[in-house]
Ligand binder design. Sequence first.
Ligand code: ADP
Length: 548
Amino acid sequence: MAGHDQTIGSFLWRAERLYPDTEIVARTHDGIERYDYATYADRTRQLANALEASGIEAGDRVATVSWNHHRHFETYFGVPNTGAQLHTINPLLPDEHVQYIVENAGDRLVFVDPSLVEKLESAYDADAFASVEQFVVMGEAVPETSLDPVTDYESFVGEQEPSYEWPELDEDQRAGMCYTSGTTGRPKGVEYTQQMLWSHTMATLTPQGLDIDDGDVVMPVVPMFHVNAWGMPFSLTAAGAKHVYPGPSPDPEDLARLIEDEGVTFTAGVPTVWMGVLEYARENDLDFDSLERVMVGGAAAPKSLIRAFDEEFDVTMLQGWGMTELSPVGTLSHLKDGMEDWDAERKYEKRQKQGLVLPGLEFRVVDDDGEEVPWNGEDFGELYIRGPWVTDSYFERPEADETDFEGSWLKTGDVVSVDEDGYVKIVDRAKDVIKSGGEWISSVELENALMAHDAVSEAAVVGVPHERWQERPAAFVVLADEVGVDRDEVKAELVNLIREDYPKWWVPDATLFIDEVPKTATGKFDKKRLRDEYGDESLVADEAPDER
Ligand code: ADP
């Protein structure tokens, strides 16, 4: 290639020179921290020196287990710019998944948030963590911990020089990594090359993307362990925008305060987050003067939410659909030229859909017979997608590569219709998983856990709609023998079985005993029929366990 490859280091180079005084703000355990791009760039170079001093080389994997704050953001450029690979780990996963992920990725160093040290200790397993040589706690001190050897972030980077010569990188160099639980079985690693991150960033900066510029103040609420906070830290830097990071487990009050105090113009997160913020804003008469747009994605945004932000705050809610495999943004629900003049209801109908594909991507919708379905808003099929920021394989998972790709196309597992205007609408999910509050719950793992109980002959778990969490798990259990069995007792034992091995929020909201699980022609559990027959909201409790 002539000239220079497509690498993300160019974004930081530009931000440092054009916007040295623009702020990066973070809510942390020690209060609000703020500095500017000039300082940020220095600290990424200090971090690079620290990594080098620890023996980290190009191609090595460096993991983070952390919430959204400036130190986590420092790893976003500080790690990949050296040629190493930033592997963000989701701390909400069951311990066994974290063990599998660390072992599979072979991480050499793990950065951990002070508030997640205990979680990491609980997931720690000497064999699975054999590749890990060092832990760095992302604060100014090391808490009491069994993690070893361990140092604190400020000592780790503090003594290093802020000068560092970034290497010239190839665009095919692995820059990032994130595991997805979006289908059955073990989590699958998706690797992001420099080129994938670069092209995703450029597409998100277009007016039909997120349209971010240097006047924006942007708060990524979507966690940085979740597909790079939907790529926002890269997009904001490329645009020279001000960053606002909400820190560890922010509640609606924390988010509302940051929006008001920092003058946030744009923010992004899953629907559940915005429902909480909406409730809080109503109760406290907030008007969010500075806020212009909110990106909502990861799960379907209810029309009532889009309408409420529009009518009560004059804020445009932009729905996005994406996947870990897509770095992650695929579609956005912008109105096309001319639609602004439509009446409000018609506009909400459109905006409630997952939207228009980003420039740079192509898709097909394929029915069960392998035929492409027409764009008529009614026929549906599986969405296949391809493009420069769509992965073409999983990390060391040839069996998944066989089933999840067809040539250059990624088979998304989402069932969609497309209307005459090209708006994609998700109508179902072919993949056997439940998405609750933007996080995956594996129905197959829950079924196996339930079927491990002696009294159970079959168990099927499906996601049923829930107003606040979008979906919650409901379990359908067939007893091996009805005679002499106390259903309440079995139910309590089943709940305990799941609690032992999984986070509390994985426990099904409802457990129903049925005579038989409906089956498909090929003998598999027919979850569609189960959902159709039982999948109404009355099945689930009002309050899912709030344990994230
Ligand atoms: P992320 O949660 O960051 O979008 P994941 O890879 O964890 O990425 O999940 C991707 C899946 O989440 C999609 O395949 C789809 O099933 C679901 N999803 C994402 N965005 C939406 C949306 N706006 N509406 C409905 N479902 C969505």
